[in-house]
Write a protein that binds this ligand. Structure first.
Ligand code: SF4
Length: 369
C-alpha cells in the first residue's frame, strides 16, 4: 500500500519534562481548539488523501477531543494507519473510547521505563503502575496496535533493569517498541543537573534491550525500533524510505512535491495564519524524486534491511565504489550481501560515523566502475 503520509504536530503538554527539548507549549482547552482549527484549515488546503497519519508532539493525547475533531475532517485511504502519541497520565477510558470511535487505530505510549526510580530520575509525571494501567485500559477499549517508547541510558538504569521493564511490557500484548537513547540536550534543566550517561554502560543497555526484545518476538527493523511481525510503523517507514509526507503544524517538517520544508515553531503564528501555514524551504531535491543519494542513503541505512546496490544504481552510484567505502568501516559493523549493505546491531551504536564514511566522500568516488 502506498500513499501520502501526514504528520500533525500537536505541541501541547501538561508540563515540561526536564530532559525534553522538543518544541512544546503549555496546554489549554482554548489554545488547543484554535490550533486544531488551523490544522483542519491547512489539511483542507492541501486536498490530499492519506494512508498514514501520525499525531506527534507534545502530548496529542492531552488534546484528544481536538485530535478526534481533526481526524473526522481528513480524507483517508482505506485501511489508513492513524497513530496518536499518548502519555500515561492523559489516558482515560473516555479519551480512549472517543479516539477509537473516531478511527484512530494505533497508540504510541510514552512509558519510558517501568522502574519508578528511573521515572523519577527523568522527572516524568507518571509512575510505572500508571503506565501499565494505561496500556491495559487501551487494550480493554479495543486498541490492538500499541507501541511503547522506552528510554535507554536513564541515570541509574542498568542492563538488568531495562530487561525487567521489557519483561513486564512484553507481557502486556503490545505490538511495537521504540527504544531511544537519552541525549542530554543543552539548555534543558537536565543539562544542569544530570551527569552525562556513561557511553559504555549505555551501549550495554542498548544491546541488552535489543536482545531482550528479540527474545520476546519483537524484531529490530530500525536503529531504535522493534516490532511484532507486520507491526512496523508504516508512517515512520515512509521517512526512512524517503517517501513523501506532509507535515502540518508548528515545527512540522515535510518532504512534499520534491521539496523538504518546515513550519516555524510558533503556536501563535501557526494559529493565526489565515489560509495556509507559512513554510520555509530547506531543500529542493536535485537528484531524483527520492532526493539526493546522501539523503536517501543516510535514512535507508537506519533500517536493518540497509541499502541495496540496485537502489544505489538509481543514483548513479556503482556497487564497486560503495564496496570500496565499506572497507573504511570495521567488518563487525557491516553486513555485506549480494543485495547490498546493512549496519549491524553493534554498528548501530556508532551509526553516524559509519554512515558518514559511506556517504560523505567526494561524488566522483561514487561514479559507476
Ligand atoms: S511530554 Fe513529551 S513532548 Fe512533552 S515535555 Fe515531556 S517529553 Fe517533551
Amino acid at each position: 500500500m502506498s500513499g501520502l503520509g501526514l504528520y500533525i504536530h500537536i505541541p501541547f503538554c501538561l508540563q515540561k519534562c526536564p530532559y525534553c527539548d522538543f518544541f512544546s507549549a503549555a496546554y489549554s482547552d482554548r489554545a488547543a481548539y484554535a490550533y486544531a482549527d488551523a490544522v483542519i484549515r491547512n489539511a483542507e488546503h492541501y486536498k490530499e488523501r492519506y494512508d498514514t497519519v501520525y499525531f506527534g508532539g507534545g502530548t496529542p493525547s492531552a488534546a484528544w477531543r481536538d485530535v478526534c475533531r481533526i481526524v473526522g475532517k481528513l480524507k483517508l485511504a482505506d485501511g489508513a494507519e492513524i497513530t496518536v502519541e499518548a502519555n500515561p497520565n492523559t489516558i482515560t477510558r473516555e479519551s480512549l473510547s472517543w479516539m477509537k470511535n473516531s478511527g484512530i487505530n494505533r497508540l504510541s505510549v510514552g512509558v519510558q521505563s517501568l522502574s519508578n526510580a528511573e521515572l523519577r530520575a527523568l522527572g516524568r509525571s507518571h509512575t510505572s503502575e500508571d503506565a501499565s494501567n494505561s496500556i491495559k485500559l487501551a487494550l480493554e477499549c479495543g486498541f490492538k496496535n500499541i507501541s511503547v517508547d522506552l528510554m535507554l541510558g536513564i541515570p541509574g538504569q542498568t542492563p538488568d533493569s531495562v530487561r525487567r521493564s521489557i519483561k513486564i511490557l512484553t507481557g502486556l500484548n503490545i505490538t511495537h517498541v521504540s527504544a531511544y537513547m537519552l541525549k542530554i540536550e543543552p539548555n534543558t534543566p537536565f543539562a544542569r543537573t544530570a551527569n552525562p550517561p556513561d557511553e559504555n554502560l549505555t551501549a550495554q543497555i542498548y544491546l541488552a534491550a535489543a536482545s531482550a526484545l528479540e527474545e520476546h518476538g519483537f524484531m529490530q527493523y530500525e536503529i531504535s525500533n522493534f516490532a511484532k511481525k507486520d507491526r512496523e510503523c508504516r508512517h515512520n517507514l515512509k521517512y526512512w524510505k524517503s517517501e513523501e509526507y506532509l507535515g502540518i503544524g508548528a515545527a512540522a517538517h515535510s518532504f512534499y512535491d520534491g521539496e523538504r520544508f518546515f513550519v516555524i515553531g510558533d503556536v501563535r503564528e501557526f494559529t493565526k495564519a489565515n489560509i495556509q501555514q507559512v513554510i520555509i524551504t530547506e531543500k529542493r531535491s536535485a537528484d531524483t524524486a527520492a532526493g539526493s543519494f546522501e539523503e536517501y542513503a543516510m535514512l535507508k541505512l537506519r533500517l536493518v534491511e540497509g541499502l541495496t546496490f540496485a537502489e544505489c544504481g538509481g543514483f548513479g552510484v556503482g556497487k564497486d565504489a560503495l564496496l570500496k567505502r565499506c572497507r573504511l568501516v570495521p567488518p563487525d559493523y557491516l553486513r555485506i550481501t549480494d543485495r547490498g549493505v546493512a549496519i549491524t546491531q553493534e554498528g548501530f551504536l556508532v551509526s553516524n560515523q559509519i554512515i558518514n564514511k559511506l556517504i560523505t566522500e567526494p561524488a566522483e568516488q561514487f561514479l559507476p566502475t
